[in-house]
Design a protein around this ligand. Sequence first.
Ligand SMILES: *Cc1c(COP(=O)(O)O)cnc(C)c1O
Length: 414
Amino acid sequence: MTVGSYRRRLDASKLVVTRSKVLSEAHNPTDLKFGKHFTGMSPQYLDFLLFLSGPNLSITANATDIDHMLLIKWNLNSGWCDPEIVPYQPIALDPSCGSLNYAISCFEGMKAYLSPQNAPLLFRPLDNLRRMNSSAERIALPTFDVNELLKCIASLVELDKRFLNVKRGTKRGSLYLRPNLIGTSPGLGVGPPTSALLYVIASPVGEYFSSASTAGISLLASSNLGATRSWYGGAGNRKIAANYAPTIMPQLQAERLGCQQVLWVMERDCRITEAGTTNLFVVLRGEDERSVLITPPVDGMILPGIIRDSVLSLARERLEGRGWEVVERIITMAELRDAAKDERLIEMFCTGTAAVVVPVKEIVWGECVVSCRGEENSGMGEIAGLMKSWIEKRQYGQERHEWSVETVSLGGVN
Ligand SMILES: *Cc1c(COP(=O)(O)O)cnc(C)c1O
């Protein structure tokens, strides 16, 4: 079925902004916890949130954080409605809708940063929005014009940009943006939704800095738990909600066994794919003494991360010339164990938007513990550290690069 031309396309020039009457105070970024800060809202909604949060009171204690959200409705007859920016607020859903019953729901994770010239920057935002379309397509949700959505998101960031303007010492703040697209049409039949809601919320975050990100984390191979995250023919390569709920129990088991994250391995040969919700890189010294940077291939099993792609691209630009080999290939636990034994496993790290780069200290696999940092044992490896600083220089606009887009260049707030 082709989309009829009478269905309206997403049009950012139609954006309507209703400003929040109560503006909240920007936080010291060192006080921020990832994903816990959202709203500048009415006392009634605070009561509601208190109930929703249960014992997780930190969400309410900090619930005066961000002021606005972006909402765009869609239905099969009329297409995309005019985008709206409104004060952060609850959304009403029919209890029978597909997002609640069948996880017809996908999302993105992207960030805005402040440049030295005090201009908000988005990092590779079109890559996120294209990936969101690929997720939407997989679960029968409508797709959208990525350039138009980007303009709307730029307006949201412009409106709430004072949350970027906080700095304490060396800690910089940034604004995590969470676009969601969900099926909203009522009806219990498993089928394509006839209406949907695209919304974007924002959450101020501090610079990711914890003992784990400096000392390195321990991973538990998912084969030890009999768990898996993706499979051939599945949808593990899309950021769809259905991929995440089933990972929570394995994650809790890993923590109970003293590890910080699950290392998702696959097949009889325990090939590595991802760790938690991050991509993976391995640095080996090859048999010919050449240094090799390896990451699992985009073969449908992994989420094609934007930080992953950024690391690959920087490695090809700056390491290959120095004699490095940069490869996307299958790498198994047995290969990692043997490399560690021969002292050829130099470092391993995880990548993702939230933390950029986190070093891996060790992997618990079956009965063995594979140490990933050789003689140094823990800490940020040379390549992990270089990648983190190279990427952050572009994210914060210290190095001007096409990956960073100024929100003002995308059109302001109406
Ligand atoms: C989002 C995500 C990543 C990281 O992607 P980035 O674009 O680099 O943030 C990796 N793995 C999974 C499963 C993810 O959901």
